[in-house]
Each structure stands twice: as C-alpha cells, then as structure tokens.
Design a protein around this ligand. Structure first.
Ligand SMILES: NC(=O)NC1=NC(=O)NC1=O
Length: 244
C-alpha cells in the first residue's frame, strides 16, 4: 500500500497535526499517511524570505525519507510550493505541492477558479504559480483575507475566510474556489456547504494526486533536469546537505 509523507514546511506542529488529519481523511483506506514538521525553519510562511528559509528543513525531511526508503511519494503542504523542484531532484517517487494540486484540480471544474489566501503580500506568489503551471487563464483572481497563517486558528478567522470565498463566487464568477493555505484545509467541508460551488483544499488534492501517481507506477523523470544533484561540498549550516 502506498506510503505518503506529507511535509508541513513550517515549524508549527499544531499545523502539521491539522494537515496530517486532512491528508489522512482524504487518502484511500489502504494508503499510509505520515505528516512531519521540519527540525528547522520559520513558524509560518508568509513572505519570500520565509519561503526561502523553509526549503532546507523541508529538503532534509525528503532526504531522510529517501535514505530510509520509507515513502513512495511526497506532499509539500504549503501554498507557495516551496522547494518543489529541488525536492523532485532528491525524491524517487512523485512530489506534489498543494498549490499545483489544488489549481490543477480546480481547472477540471469549470472555466475559472479564484484562490483565497492569507496575507495580501502572498497573492503575487499564487499568481506566479498559476502562470508557472500553465493555469493563468483558469485563475480568475487571487484574493487575500489579510489574516496571518497562524491567526487562522483564532476566533472569527473562519468567518473572514468564508466571506472572501462568497465574494469569489458573487464577484469573480468563479466555478470553484481554491483555499490558498494549508491552514485552511480543515475549513474546506464547512465552506463548501455554505457557498454553493466546489471548494478545493490543496492538502486533500495533493494527497490523492500522489496516491494516484504511485498507483499508476509513475514518478518524476530523472533523466535530466530532475536527476540527483551533482555531488559537491556545502559549507556552514548547510554542511550536512552534501548529496552522496
Ligand atoms: N499562502 C500561504 O499562507 N501559505 C502558507 N504558509 C504556511 O505557513 N503554510 C501555508 O500553506
């Protein structure tokens, strides 16, 4: 049975627990889902700086799982898809980010989707990812709740997210809404029930996507761009990142 490692690239264990529960709920009965928190990195990812500093800790989790042979595929559970291409160089099995999975899934559901994310400053990243994945024509708008990632747990946050999702339907004419943060995963069912269009949570979408790729015996091509990185020294805090 497939073993999926879900990596929360930030270092907030409570978020890892919530993400892991959503991934496990989405997975098929025979699939094993393990969620992990990196040993180092930002408490949340809300800027390019946070995203850059999340990558080494996330990659270390993939390197460990590859050394153990303990995972058949990986989910990177942050809406910036941090370190996705580097992860694909290290992993034998498929690696899927929650933004790519959610956007590709939403594109099956109609002519256009809106993304509802956290801080306004992260909207550009979501727009860039849509374009990078060839989905700019499907992504009608990226909206921000102006709620910090760790503030999603606070009272009143879910109402703000719900209101923004409603506006995505009434103002953007979107056929689907994508939740633009792993911290929103547990709100998906509730928001879906309220707004009358499909709501895509990237944690669930990525988990099922990895499961499907593994079941089809598919993995990242390792002939060229995504071959293992060339061996070389890394210094200072990165000295343990030398690839065998
Ligand atoms: N757009 C986002 O808020 N992304 C995220 N930051 C995190 O720490 N986790 C996410 O999913």
């Amino acid at each position: 049975s497939p073993r999926i490692l879900v990596i929360n690239p930030n270092t907030t264990a409570a978020m890892t627990d919530s993400i892991g529960a959503c991934a496990a709920a989405a997975a098929s009965p025979g699939t094993t889902v393990t969620a992990v928190t990196p040993a180092m990195g930002p408490a949340s990812i809300e800027s390019h700086y946070d995203e850059a500093l999340a990558v080494p800790g996330m990659l270390a989790e993939i390197a460990r799982a590859e050394a153990d042979g303990s995972a058949d595929g990986y989910v990177i559970a942050c809406f910036g898809d941090p370190g996705l291409d580097a992860a694909r160089e290290l992993a034998r099995g498929p690696v899927v980010g929650i933004a790519e999975a959610a956007m590709r899934t939403a594109a099956y559901l109609g002519r256009g989707f809106s993304v509802v994310t956290t801080l306004d400053r992260t909207r550009g990243r979501a727009e860039d990812l849509a374009a990078h994945y060839g989905l700019a024509r499907f992504c009608r708008r990226v909206r921000a709740c102006e709620i910090g990632v760790l503030a999603l747990e606070e009272p009143g946050a879910r109402e703000v997210v719900l209101a923004e999702c409603r506006r995505a339907v009434t103002e953007d004419g979107s056929d689907a809404v994508v939740l633009g943060c792993a911290g929103m995963a547990e709100l998906c069912a509730e928001i879906s029930a309220e707004i009358g269009v499909p709501v895509v949570d990237g944690v669930a979408a990525a988990t099922r996507t990895v499961e499907t790729l593994v079941a089809l015996g598919l993995r990242t091509g390792d002939r060229g761009e995504f071959a293992r990185p060339p061996a070389k020294p890394y210094t200072g805090l990165l000295r343990d990142f030398q690839v065998a």
